[in-house]
Design a protein. Structure first.
Length: 259
């Protein structure tokens, strides 16, 4: 069967060791892995920090509503599993614009009343926050945890990522939290090659600096330890060290609380 064009969610699935991908996805993923041989650790740690953030938001910040934009293909330790293990009543909305992701997520979640799946586009934030299914599941008078994990680097500068985040944050009540995971360019040729492979493969990919990522959280109170690498954000026993794993310098993460 002919392979469909490569797509972000399936390339990520391939890099995570999943099976929901085609030859075209593996080709782009292979080029990324050639530029960054430790990329697999990078994507595993992206999932690990997402888990730690969801645990923080539900256990420590006490949130019971999460909106995960760019949720991706279901894998291990999905957001709803982590959050609902802490409190089964936690409501989760998964948003993605990829029909394959939406089909998989709906099949997985058919029996889970606390979790809904919404077809939405991050670069149309006004439509997203007025989506009927989202509004029916999330109470915008109560704090919300907004997860933007591994997605903003697919929003190009000309699509105004800062404006996108602002529109979303403006819609959230005080006491809400925003989590960002973003790929970083620090002038490394290997990161530039990985970015070029994405651009060529899926037409998107814009790595930014740590300061640019921090600026997305302007106006929010940064949760300790601020905007740092994945290895430095509230590490647990299983978190690999940054010194021994330089690939981990290529992503910045931060959580901000809306005052
Ligand atoms: C790399 S995956 C990240 C998955 C998960 N958030 C994680 O960090 O493990 C990025 C996801 O964002 C989705 N995505 C990319 N651009 C999007 C957009 N403009 N609107 C909604 N989803 C988007 C892709 O379809 C993909 O599922």
């Amino acid at each position: 069967m002919e392979s469909p064009p490569p797509n972000i969610a399936r390339i990520y699935d391939f890099l995570l060791g999943g099976k929901d991908n085609y030859a075209s996805d593996r080709e782009v993923g292979g080029r990324i892995a050639q530029a960054l041989p430790e990329v697999h650790l990078g994507v595993q740690q992206q999932r690990a920090v997402l888990r730690r953030v969801v645990e923080y938001l539900t256990r420590e910040a006490g949130l019971r509503q999460l909106v995960d934009i760019g949720s991706g293909l279901p894998t291990a330790e999905n957001v709803h599993q982590v959050a609902q293990r802490i409190d089964p009543a936690t409501r989760v909305v998964y948003v993605d614009n990829d029909p394959v992701v939406l089909t998989h997520a709906r099949a997985l979640l058919a029996d889970n009343k606390q979790t809904v799946v919404v077809d939405g586009d991050l670069i149309k934030p006004s439509a997203l926050i007025t989506d009927q299914a989202l509004r029916a599941h999330i109470d915008f008078d109560q704090p919300v945890g907004l997860l933007l994990c591994g997605i903003l680097h697919y929003v190009l500068d000309e699509e105004d990522p800062a404006g996108v985040v602002r529109t979303l944050v403006d819609a959230l009540p005080s006491g809400s939290y925003v989590f960002i995971h973003h790929l970083i360019s620090a002038g490394d040729p290997d990161a530039a090659q990985a970015e070029a492979a994405l651009r060529q493969g899926v037409g998107r990919g814009q790595f930014r600096t740590r300061d640019q990522v921090a600026a997305f959280l302007d106006g929010l109170d940064l949760v300790d330890p601020g905007v740092v690498t994945v290895a430095e954000w509230r590490p647990d026993a299983g978190t690999p060290s940054l010194d021994a794993n330089p690939v981990l310098r290529l992503a910045a993460v931060g959580v901000g609380r809306k005052p």
